[in-house]
Design a protein around this ligand. Structure first.
Ligand SMILES: Nc1ncnc2c1ncn2[C@@H]1O[C@H](COP(=O)(O)OP(=O)(O)O)[C@@H](O)[C@H]1O
Ligand SMILES: [Mg+2]
Length: 1037
């Protein structure tokens, strides 16, 4: 069995140590301890692993997990019990245990200050600490009852003093300071609670989304039928106007029925008699009945109660006379000299009186409750006791509309922040300076300036408020605001709409004032400040309550109060005074701090809102605290206490030291130090044995810290060296690269400057580069065919080479082209070349004919009459085409064939050869320059020949070219203009006129001349854009 337990312990410890490895468990160990980001990262890292606690030295930072964690079990409590603070991961229990053990060993008083904004987890923390003491402190059977009462006082106070707000479903609406008293053996033997300013206004009014105090809902939900019947209540909270203003009577996270059971049980343990309970619930029910009273106007405009039911119940439950109560709710007693006059109230004032009485009885009942609990916790024994105080007070609060209550709550938080600053940041730094220890001051924001603004005598806001409340005349909330502007208007932390700059003004109403608190700015609505501060209850209502038969009410409203004519202290002043005495109580004790942080606004588990948390870290002054802890001494004690505790270690201080304590400590330390160096191990053991683990562990921790620091420094130096070498190598590499680049750039520039010089060392690389680049580019931009004339513009140094290359390239293209030409095509092209030489630029229609290839022949041999073929037998026929022949005399047109052989041209009519022209005798060939197809073949004058032949051919260029080429008489072809002479035969000559007209015509004119009319004008003769292709054809030749 024992072994199993050991194993479990070891496992748990192992797990704890493993958990501890997430981030650092003490911010003091953070490498970059001045970096807020590093701080947040550590907090986040741990929070995400459900490690909600982290230390800053001995201060505990806690982040609300918003979920149940299994770190509050019995086993955990036992684990932390009596173990040195730094040996286990951070925990509330460690803080509680540490305070407890120091208290036991030094026999002094302590307090644990739990602070943070609303919903950050203060109340939960205080409950956990209380549970820890209840479980771990030694106790006896007799003391068991004290323990139970301590624990169960909480649910009762929470039921009456807590409520659901927008920020927290179980928000404490009162401040609580609880002393737990311990006897000399360290057993809890009693307790005492101080409560601060309960938010009474909640009884009669709740904001949207908020509830009244839990007890009302618990009673309705959990109270048994008989009880409700006796109280005149219905189970449904919707029936009560004081419970439905926030419109959320039912909340899922709250189990009112269950809580009711706990509260009921608690009453029986905390010494409440049945009568007390009866009276108490009578009051709770009366408050609900008060809320349902409605007034209406009578004919005089005076208020009368609409329905008598509620008032009957109140009269029964509070034991007051019905008619007197009725009168008191609708009238006000005014004292005029020695007479008392009853003045009727109007409806508004009646409602005001109703609410005032409801608030008053609830508020005072709460105080009664605290006193009652205190009575049951009190230890009657007069032996000396030590205490540990637990302070759980309402957190800093900013609502949409902030009223007098928020003003008090936030002022209270300012005071606690001030206390913390005074006791940590300020006091410690001042102490170092005083001691002459070398110390670099760490700046922090001291919120004393804001505390002064609120509480200073005569000049502070509370004083001004009181003055307005007490002065005769018409004081209103607005006149209070004006007074504020007048008296504290120039304060850096105070603004109103009138005082604000243009930008801020929009966000402040005329009835608002704004305070720049340490935790952020809050705008307060001044409406209701005077009334709430006065907290007046009409005298006749007070009288009614003083005569109540309800024991609690009677205790709360004493008749002596009626006799006291002095005006009671205002609420704010009472609060201020109670805070001042609280601070005094705390200052006399040894502090421990828990700083609670709210991780998000939505009560959501696991959500770490960086912005929100950073803000809290800032205003809680955690960074400054860390810096002081880092720079300061880990262990500090007052000389007297230190000497008292350890004087037995040194013969010079034991048993008494008569000189100043500081000198005694010096002697003691010197003695121990020499002793330590000689026999460190032995002494360590002795010290451990004699003075307990605490001192030894601290010594050990310090020593380990030194070792760790040394090791760390060594590693750090090594890392820095390595880093420097590596950086050096990188830098050299980079420098080399840059030098190389500079050389290249310089060469390039030099090359450019000298680029026109002949090749020399200065420009050779540049020129090569230019050449290379140009040639590479040229490679991709060469002309694709013979007609493509594009050529990449060369740089000036390459112009010559480029033009040579261009020529070679073109020649190559031409060669390629020529190689691709067939023999047939070649002949065609040769003929085209001849045609070009003859007609280009001379005869119209030539250009249009270029694209039409010359045919081998227009007619085949079998189109020629066989007789004719027989006649020219022996000659090879080269070309045959149909023509129109014009008679030489009458110029009649006749269809003929022109047959060209290798030696002669024949004009053929059917089976007859009409005329043979030997090429050898051919004298010339004429055509006109117009677009007609007339060709005249000139023959010599002899008998055989009949005269020149006048033909009209459809393919004149082809026919003429073939003819002259076969005759080999290209030079004899003439292109004439205007007219030409031809021989008719036997020495006669004829004239042919060429003109231009609307349509082509050939006719014999009246003067006997042959007139040839062609269409079109001579605009282009092949000299324009076709020149290139023509010349190309010429070149082919
Ligand atoms: N240690 C914790 N573990 C689990 N839940 C917690 C813890 N501390 C706070 N909470 C949750 O946060 C809510 C608000 O905490 P509470 O202590 O009432 O805030 P405060 O008193 O600071 O206004 C609690 O009702 C609970 O749900
Ligand atoms: Mg709380």
């Amino acid at each position: 069995m024992g072994k199993v337990e050991d194993n479990a312990d070891a496992n748990m410890e192992g797990a704890l140590i493993a958990r501890d490895r997430v981030g650092v468990q003490d911010f003091v160990l953070l490498d970059s301890h001045t970096s807020e980001t590093a701080f947040l990262n550590n907090l986040r890292k741990r929070y995400q692993e459900n490690l909600i606690y982290t230390y800053i030295g001995t201060l505990l930072v806690s982040v609300n997990p918003y979920k149940e964690l299994d770190i509050y079990t019995m086993t955990q409590m036992q684990l932390y019990r009596g173990v040195n603070f730094f040996e286990l991961p951070p925990h509330l229990y460690a803080i509680a245990d540490n305070a407890y053990r120091v208290m036991c060993s030094e026999y002094n008083n302590h307090f644990i200050l739990i602070s943070g904004e609303s919903g950050a987890g203060k109340t939960e923390a205080s409950k956990k600490i209380l549970q820890y003491y209840a479980v771990t402190c030694p106790t006896t059977e007799q003391l068991q009852i004290v323990r139970d009462r301590l624990l169960l006082s909480n649910p009762v106070l929470e039921a009456f003093g807590n409520a659901k707000t927008l920020r927290n479903d179980n928000s404490s609406r009162f401040g609580k300071y609880m002393d737990i008293q311990f006897d000399f053996k360290g057993a809890p033997v009693g307790g005492h609670i101080l409560s601060y300013l309960i938010e009474k206004s909640r009884v009669v009014h709740q904001n949207h989304g908020e509830r009244n105090f839990h007890i009302f809902y618990q009673l309705l939900e959990g109270g048994d039928k008989d009880l409700l019947c006796w109280l005149g209540l219905e189970r449904n909270p919707q029936k009560y106007s004081y419970l439905i203003q926030g419109r959320c009577a039912k909340v899922f996270s709250i189990n009112d029925k269950n809580d009711w059971k706990i509260v009921r049980k608690a009453f029986s343990i905390i010494d409440f008699s049945e009568k007390d309970i009866e009276h108490l619930f009578g009051i709770v029910a009366s408050v609900l009945h008060f809320g349902n009273i409605q007034f209406e106007e009578d004919s005089n405009g005076h208020a009368i109660i609409r329905n008598g039911t509620q008032i009957k119940w109140i009269s029964k439950l509070l034991g007051v006379h019905l008619s007197i109560l009725q009168e008191a709710l609708t009238h006000r007693k005014i004292e005029a000299r020695s007479e008392e006059v009853l003045s009727p109230l109007n409806v508004d004032l009646a409602f005001y009186a109703r609410d005032a009485v409801a608030k008053a009885i609830y508020g005072r009942t709460f105080t009664w409750l605290v006193n009652k609990i205190n009575g049951s916790l009190a230890n009657k024994d007069s032996t000396r006791k030590t205490v540990i105080g637990l302070l759980d007070i309402y957190g800093f609060e900013v609502l949409d509309t902030n009223s007098f209550e928020q003003f008090c709550i936030n002022y209270c938080n300012e005071k606690l922040q001030q206390l913390l600053i005074e006791m940590t940041l300020k006091a410690e730094q001042e102490e170092y300076e005083l001691e002459g220890i070398e110390w670099e001051p760490i700046p922090y924001f001291n919120n004393k300036i804001i505390c002064d603004l609120v509480e200073q005598k005569y000049k502070g806001i509370i004083s001004i408020l009181d003055e307005e409340c007490l002065r005769p005349g018409e004081a209103t909330d607005l006149s209070f605001l004006e007074k504020l502007e007048e008296k504290v208007g120039d304060h850096a932390h105070f603004v109103t709409r009138k005082l604000a700059d243009q930008k801020t003004r929009k966000s402040i109403d005329w009835v608002d004032f704004r305070l720049l608190h340490y935790a952020g700015e809050v705008t307060y609505c001044a409406v209701g400040f005077l009334e709430k501060n006065n907290d007046l209850l009409y005298r006749n209502l007070k009288e009614v309550l003083c005569n109540s038969k309800n024991g609690i009410i009677r205790d709360c409203f004493l008749l002596s109060e009626l006799d006291n004519r002095r005006r009671p202290e205002t609420v704010a002043t009472q609060f201020k005074n109670s805070l001042t005495s609280l601070i005094e109580i705390l200052m006399s004790k040894e502090p421990s701090y828990v700083r609670c942080i709210k991780p998000n606004e939505n009560k959501e588990p696991g959500k770490f809102d960086d912005y929100l948390i950073r803000h809290q870290v800032k205003y809680l002054g955690l960074m400054e605290h860390l810096r002081v802890r880092r720079a300061g001494f880990a262990y500090r004690r007052k000389y007297e206490l230190f000497l008292q505790r350890y004087k037995s270690l040194c013969p010079a201080t034991w048993p008494h030291w008569h000189g100043p304590a500081a000198e005694g400590v010096e002697r003691l330390i010197k003695y121990i130090a020499s002793f330590l160096w000689l026999r460190s191990l032995l002494v360590a053991c002795i010290v451990h044995a004699v003075f307990g683990s605490l001192f030894f562990s601290r010594l050990q921790a310090k020593y380990k810290g030194c070792l760790g620091k040394r090791e760390y420094k060594k590693k750090r130096e090594a890392a820095i060296k390595l880093e420097a070498c590596w950086r050096g190598a990188l830098a050299r590499k980079e420098a080399k690269k840059r030098t190389w680049a500079v050389q290249i750039i310089r060469k390039f520039i030099n090359g450019f400057i000298n680029r026109k010089k002949p090749l020399c060392p200065e420009n050779v690389e540049f020129v090569r580069l230019v050449q290379y680049t140009y040639f590479m580019k040229l490679r991709d931009h060469l002309p694709k065919n013979v007609l493509d004339k594009s050529w990449l513009q060369p740089p000036s140094i390459l112009e010559e080479v480029s033009s040579m290359l261009q020529k070679i390239c073109i020649r190559n293209l031409v060669r390629k082209y020529c190689r691709g030409v067939t023999a047939e095509r070649k002949v065609q092209l040769q003929q085209k070349v001849v045609a070009s030489a003859i007609f280009r630029g001379k005869k119209e229609g030539y250009l249009q004919s270029i694209n039409q290839p010359f045919m081998e022949t227009r007619l085949k041999e079998n189109d020629i009459n066989p007789k004719v073929l027989q006649l020219i037998h022996g000659e090879k026929i080269k070309y045959v085409t149909p023509v129109v022949k014009y008679d030489r005399n009458g110029f009649k047109a006749r269809e003929r064939l022109l047959v060209l052989t290798q030696s002669a041209a024949y004009v053929v009519e059917m089976a007859k050869i009409k005329q043979k022209i030997d090429y050898a005798t051919l004298k010339g060939i004429s055509t006109s320059n117009l677009s007609d197809g007339i060709v005249v073949i000139h023959v010599p004058e002899d008998n055989k020949q009949k005269g020149d032949v006048i033909l009209q051919c459809e393919h004149i260029f082809e026919t003429v070219t073939k003819l002259c080429m076969l005759a080999n008489k290209q030079n004899l072809v003439k292109v004439v203009q205007g007219s030409l002479q031809f021989r008719v035969g036997s020495g006669k000559e004829g004239t042919m006129i060429f003109t231009v007209g609307q349509e082509p015509q050939i006719f014999k004119a009246k003067n006997g001349q042959l007139t040839v009319v062609s269409v079109g004008s001579r605009t282009c003769l092949g000299l324009c854009k076709y020149r290139c292709s023509c010349s190309m054809v010429l070149q082919l030749r």
